[in-house]
Design a protein around this ligand. Sequence first.
Ligand code: DAT
Length: 177
Amino acid sequence: MRTSPNVIITGTPGVGKTVHCEQLAQETGLQHLSINQVAKDRGCYDTYDNELQSWVVDEDKLLDAVEDEVLQGGYLIDWHACDLFPKSWIDLVVVLRCSSTSVHYDRLATRDYNQTKLQENLDAEIFGILLEEAREAFDEEIVVELNSEKDDDVESNCARISSWVESWKRDRANKRD
Ligand code: DAT
């Protein structure tokens, strides 16, 4: 049984997954598992999508690559998709949102994205695609939507997630006693 939870931090590119995970790793001691990095380091890429300027991940390879670690518990899983992870691995799914399209645009404009990729990401955020995917893949009570527009949001979101992690650990410890 895990003694530390696994938390998915998901959302459209540019919503703030990396900044949240870095701060949360410090606050909670959970480990930041950047799936982009894992896929790159462990050769989980399949093909390259020229139009979207991105590598397509082989999901089976990726799950095999992280399974042993994630099953130990204590990971912040940082990726734009969440519905591939088995339900039994995951204790909380945080979907970050950027409710201002102009703020989101400004963040993505600093990246080297072509017009198709930029627009696709802005649209995905406007339509809440990743929130919908998370709600379809996991039980509704473990899916939390949090806004990430200002610095203050990062602080309050991380405080909220950290306190959830602490109470999850306390509950688990009590169950073991
Ligand atoms: P992601 O990992 O989801 O692609 P990121 O963490 O790299 O996103 O954030 C993209 C940029 O936006 C980065 O410069 C940090 C900034 N940012 C994200 N969330 C923010 C927030 N709530 N307040 C201020 N800046 C934020």
